[in-house]
Structure formats: structure tokens, C-alpha cells
Design a protein around this ligand. Structure first.
Ligand code: CTP
Length: 422
């Protein structure tokens, strides 16, 4: 039986065309339909999904088919659009409302590319360029361009100066404040999953968007650190270096997000105390809480970020801590109940340590030490104490004693074995 799309004039559009030309696998396929009406789509069996726009799902393939449309911004925010999806809207008109030239190409059923805004030239020259002034009608596009810059950094893409100027204009107009937290987080989390997420934040910093969407992170640029521990000096640059190191260590966006958050408290250090940052670990906690509730950041991301922020210095200094303090640290990290989060915490601390100019390939023994200590202590169970007839609180006490004893011996032998006495 013939597919219902054969009765329509359909074109593959957007990301699928772009990624096909880049020889990159596309996640979604979006189609645009020219010359059809809502009634015709429904009659053919498509399922309407768009509330604000005439977007449909193919009943079998579940791929997206949208009627060609033009849009005009009518008010503030995302929903303030006047949309015209009448059958006389042309493909070129539909492509004109799109964000970037590389996203404004279409492909017909024979594989022919329709490219009225020179997307192929920009793709070849590795340029992210807006299609028209309609770019500014959707402030989310500032974040999208930053995300594409992060994703395609490895291919050598840069943002066209005139597009960056438009992004700056949009950011400085305050329009970004109308974006919902969910939409910001969606772009941020996707960017964190890309190969060069630091480019996302750098671009947003450069065009002043970070000032609107995450002012505490923006404020880190220009905040100095002691040169001995931070030859790169600037806290913003350090944070980006940490994120790059986190990418080398893990694919998890939880780890990458926590790496970005770990030094936020430094934005609050009083000038007289600079370049040191006493108490920045606790100062950062409410900043993370506020951001996470504003952007509705998932709890796994938030919880790891809070732990890394509060305890990263404890791990850096772990060899200076008494065994009883190390045990307390393990309890505060909730390692006995959350071993996976603990290993993520260790990776974040490693990224913080190696994310400094000239420290990139330095060994971070603290991680190895604390993980080995945890593995050893985790073998201590209640069983022998139960067999001795101990009960309730006495068992807890006995386990704590045994852990302390084991840790004391382990720390001494570790330090000796690694010649770390002086
Ligand atoms: N704010 C937006 C969102 C989307 N689009 C257009 O809609 C297409 C599809 O959007 P989407 O699926 O969100 O993005 P993709 O470009 O497919 O990118 P990704 O690979 O990240 O899904 C884009 O290519 C672009 O032409 C746009 O112009 N402005």
C-alpha cells in the first residue's frame, strides 16, 4: 500500500539535512509539507501534536511533519507568535524563518538539496550564520547557536561576527530573561553532553548571555586565584579548564555540570581577601541551590554539584586530614549508601586538580588513596560483631572503631609506600 506521504509535497529539513551533508548521523528526521492544510493532514491520518504550530506525527513512522509556515513575533516570550501555515506558504518562506543557514536547507525525495540561503557554502566554510533578522524573534536561539558551536567545534566551526553581534544585542536587550528555566536547562544539558561543552559557556560569556541566564558563573571571569595553585589565575578560565578535564574523564552530564559549579562561591569573595577564597566551598552551596530550582535541574545533577562544591578541598587536602576526619568525610559523602556518586565525586575533584595551567598531566593521588580506603573500609561488616553478641548501637560503635583503626593503619602504610613523608 502506498504511503500517505506520497499524496503530499514533503521535504526533509533542518538538522537531518545538515548532518547528512556533514556525514554525521542525525537523531531526528523532520519534514516540512508544502501546499497542504490541517484538514488534509488529519484526513490522511496524521496525528496533530503541535499546540501552537501545525505539527503532525506520521501514524506509522512517528516522524514529524510540519506544514510550511511563516511566523511573526507578536509579544514577549516563546508563545507570542502569529503563525501562518496556509497552503500558499512556500518552502523558501518556511526556510527563511529558521535560525542558521546550515539549518535552513531542505532535501526533496530525490535527494536534491534546496538551499536558498547558502547553507552549503557556510557548511563548507564552517560558519554558523543566522538566516535573517527573524533570528532575534526567538531568544532561545542564542543558546542554540552556543550549543551548535560546542557540538561542531571539532569540525572547526566558528560563529559569524554578524551573528555574534546579533546574539549580543539580543542578550543585552534582556529578552533572555523571558526564557523558561526548563528550556535553558534543556539546551545546557544537551551542550554538556557534547564533545566541547566549554565552548557553549564561552560563547554565552562572550555574547553577554551568561550574565542573564547564570550570573554567578559569568561573575567568575576576572576573579583571581593564587598563582602557585592556579597559574591560569582567572576563576572563569579555570572553570572551563576543569570542564574540559571532566570531559576527558567521563561522558556523564552530572559530572560535567558539577565541574562547572564547583567554584561558584568564589564569585562572592570579598576583594580584601583575594586572591585566596576562604569559605568559598560553603558560599557556593546556596548559589547552586538557587540555580537548580530556577532551571529545574534534576536532583542527581544538583546533589553531585553540592557535594563537589562543599568537599572538593577536603579531598585535595586528604593527606593532611586526621583519620577520624577522613571517616567523617566519607560519612558526609554518604559513600556507604551511594558508592556511584562517590566515584563521580572523585572524578570531579580530579578534574578540578588537573584543570589548571600546567597541571594537566599531574598525578592526583588523593583520588586513588580515598577510593582504596573506601574499598577497604567497605569490607568491614556487622557480622562478626553480631556473632560476638553485640546489639544495636554497640554494633555501630564497633564498626566505627574498626573503620578508624583500619584507616589509621592504611594511611600510614600508603604514605610510606609512596614516599610522601616529607
Ligand atoms: N528555535 C529554533 C528551533 C528550531 N529551528 C529550526 O527547526 C529545525 C529543527 O529543530 P531541532 O529539531 O530543535 O534542531 P536540529 O537542527 O534538528 O538540531 P539537533 O541535531 O540538535 O536536534 C532546526 O534545524 C531549525 O531549522 C529554528 O529555526 N529555531
Amino acid at each position: 500500500m502506498a504511503d500517505i506521504t506520497q499524496q503530499l509535497n514533503t521535504f526533509l529539513v533542518g538538522g537531518a539535512v545538515r548532518d547528512a551533508l556533514l556525514n554525521r548521523a542525525a537523531v531526528d528526521k523532520d519534514y516540512v509539507v508544502v501546499g497542504a492544510s490541517v484538514e488534509e493532514m488529519l484526513r490522511l491520518g496524521f496525528l496533530q501534536v503541535g499546540k501552537d504550530f501545525p505539527v503532525f506525527l506520521h501514524p506509522k513512522s512517528k516522524q514529524e511533519y510540519a506544514l510550511a509556515r511563516t511566523e511573526k513575533k507578536a509579544g514577549q516570550g516563546y508563545t507570542g507568535f502569529n503563525c501562518n501555515a496556509s497552503p500558499d506558504v512556500t518552502l523558501e518562506e518556511d526556510l527563511l524563518r529558521r535560525d542558521l543557514t546550515i539549518n535552513a536547507m531542505a532535501m526533496d525525495e530525490h535527494g536534491k538539496i534546496i538551499d536558498p540561503y547558502n547553507g552549503q557554502v557556510d557548511l563548507k566554510n564552517r560558519v554558523l550564520r543566522h538566516v535573517s533578522q527573524a533570528f532575534i524573534e526567538d531568544p532561545l536561539r542564542v543558546l542554540r547557536v552556543a550549543r551548535f558551536a560546542a557540538r561542531y567545534h571539532e569540525y572547526g566551526f566558528v560563529i559569524a561576527p554578524e551573528t555574534l553581534a546579533l546574539m549580543t544585542q539580543l542578550s543585552e536587550s534582556g529578552e533572555l530573561l523571558s526564557l523558561s528555566g526548563e528550556r535553558i536547562w534543556q539546551e545546557m544539558e544537551r551542550s554538556l553532553g557534547e564533545k566541547n561543552p566549554e565552548v557553549f559557556f564561552q560563547v554565552l560569556y562572550q555574547c553577554q548571555a551568561l550574565k542573564s541566564i547564570w550570573p554567578d558563573l559569568h561573575n567568575l571571569w576576572g576573579i583571581p586565584n593564587p598563582e602557585k595553585w592556579h597559574p591560569e589565575i582567572c576563576s572563569g578560565i579555570h572553570t572551563m579548564m576543569v570542564l574540559k578535564q571532566a570531559v576527558l574523564l567521563s561522558d556523564k552530564t552530572t559530572i560535567r555540570f558539577a565541574s562547572v559549579c564547583h567554584d561558584l562561591g568564589k564569585s562572592l569573595t570579598e576583594d580584601v581577601k583575594l586572591p585566596s577564597h576562604p569559605g568559598h566551598e560553603t558560599a557556593g552551596l546556596p548559589l547552586i541551590e538557587t540555580l537548580c530550582s530556577r532551571l529545574r535541574v534534576p536532583s542527581a545533577h544538583k546533589n553531585l554539584a553540592l557535594k563537589v562544591c562543599q568537599f572538593h578541598l577536603h579531598l585535595h587536602k586528604v593527606f593532611e586530614l586526621k583519620p577520624s576526619t577522613i571517616l567523617k568525610l566519607l560519612d558526609q559523602l554518604d559513600v556507604w549508601r551511594k558508592p556511584d556518586e562517590f566515584t563521580d565525586f572523585l572524578l570531579c575533584c580530579q578534574a578540578d586538580f588537573t584543570g589548571r595551567l600546567g597541571f594537566e598531566s599531574r598525578e592526583y593521588r588523593q583520588k586513588d588513596f580515598l577510593f582504596s580506603a573506601y574499598t577497604l573500609l567497605n569490607k568491614i561488616t556487622a557480622k562478626p560483631f553480631v556473632e560476638q553478641g553485640l546489639k544495636g548501637f554497640a554494633i555501630k560503635e564497633a564498626i566505627a572503631q574498626q573503620r578508624l583503626h583500619t584507616l589509621t593503619l592504611f594511611k600510614t602504610s600508603y604514605i610510606e609506600e609512596h614516599n610522601m613523608n616529607e
